[in-house]
Design a protein around this ligand. Structure first.
Ligand SMILES: [Zn+2]
Length: 350
């Protein structure tokens, strides 16, 4: 157990697994075309205080916790029940990319054990992405394999960059090779754009570091994975990008056009057009309006969109209704977005 009992409580308390609340309050059951749909949220945050403490950090919000004190797990399950979320795929945003190797090994072990415990305590409601120390790519590859094979985790959650290095940097190839060989889904969540935060460009009103900085970083990360040939080198990769993939899917044709507009300035050769790689990736549904989701589906394919909530951050509490109300989708497409595609990617039994 990784329970420090002093506000550093991790995922599960000391009681037996059966003591964990399975449901609280009234549970919304999502039905499409008369059939119950198992809904899956691929974008759900949590935290392990004991691991954060190794970096001298505290949880930014107690809502990231999944157990006592304060019955955070009960609150999470209640929110899931009310919103019609059957399963959350838990992830932890990287904060450990500066850690040296031994510290990173210990931190990730602690964290992945805690994630596994949280899932084991409520196997019907939670699966989780492994954390990996991507700043040490060979170690990250080991941690992903251990996460999947030993801890039953369903892939890896990584940042959109690693201390200024792009995910397409060849030093990360061992990690991508392992993810491809394991068939593990890699969830990319932005780290923000620290490079711009050193200037005044994102200062002022509007929380621009988050509002546009986060989707911008995802856009940059995916663009490099495409243009640097990472997706050619590892064609079997399964990648899911947060926040609808940032700005890339909304303007993907420009990435095709650059190849014919300035061919002399393109330094590498791709096997396919950039928009074909864009359609190969997966994206969460956090784009807020029906029209935005309809457009995302038109650009990437409805079978490459998976539901996300960003819990516990209150961006939305209507992810299910968002998908149900999006125009021009068939019921089969809605079922796929609500959980069918994610269940396949994450190995969740329907
Ligand atoms: Zn998020």
């Amino acid at each position: 157990m990784s329970d420090s009992g002093q506000g550093g409580v991790a995922f599960v308390g000391c009681g037996p697994t059966g003591a964990q609340p399975q449901t609280t309050g009234r549970r919304r059951e999502v039905v499409v075309s008369g059939r119950r749909v198992k809904t899956v949220d691929v974008h759900a945050h949590c935290g392990v205080p004991a691991a954060m403490a190794l970096m001298g950090l505290k949880l930014p919000t107690e809502a990231l916790l999944m157990s006592r004190p304060g019955d955070r797990l009960r609150a999470r399950l209640l929110a899931m029940d009310e919103q019609g979320i059957d399963v959350e795929a838990l992830s932890i945003n990287p904060y450990w990319y500066q850690a040296e190797r031994d510290l990173a090994r210990e931190l990730i072990r602690l964290q992945n054990e805690a994630l596994a415990e949280a899932c084991a305590a409520n196997p019907e409601r939670f699966v989780a992405f492994a954390s990996v120390a991507l700043q040490h790519p060979d170690l990250a590859a080991e941690q992903l394999e251990e996460g999947v094979k030993r801890y039953g985790l369903r892939g890896a959650a990584i940042g959109g960059s690693v201390e200024g290095a792009e995910l397409s940097d060849p030093r990360f190839h061992p990690f991508w090779a392992k993810a491809e060989s394991l068939g593990a889904l890699v969830f990319i969540h932005p780290q923000g754009t620290a490079e711009l935060e050193g200037t005044s460009r994102l200062k002022g009103n509007g929380v621009l570091t988050n509002t546009i900085g986060n989707p911008l970083e995802t856009t940059i990360a995916l663009s490099h994975l495409i243009f640097e040939g990472t997706l050619d080198r590892f064609p079997g990769l399964k990648i899911c990008a947060a926040h609808g993939g940032g700005y890339l899917p909304s303007y993907g044709a420009r990435s095709d056009a650059i190849l014919t507009t300035f061919p002399d300035r393109c330094t590498g050769t791709l096997k396919r057009k950039p928009t074909e790689y864009i359609r190969q990736l997966y994206y969460d549904s956090i784009v807020f309006t029906g029209e935005a989701l309809r457009h995302l589906a038109a650009e990437v394919g409805s079978d490459h969109i998976v539901m996300g909530t960003d819990y516990p951050y209150p961006w939305t509490s209507t992810s299910v209704d968002h998908i149900l109300a999006t125009p021009e989708l068939s019921d089969a497409e809605r079922v796929a977005m609500l959980g069918g595609t994610a269940a396949t990617l994450l190995g969740i039994k329907s």
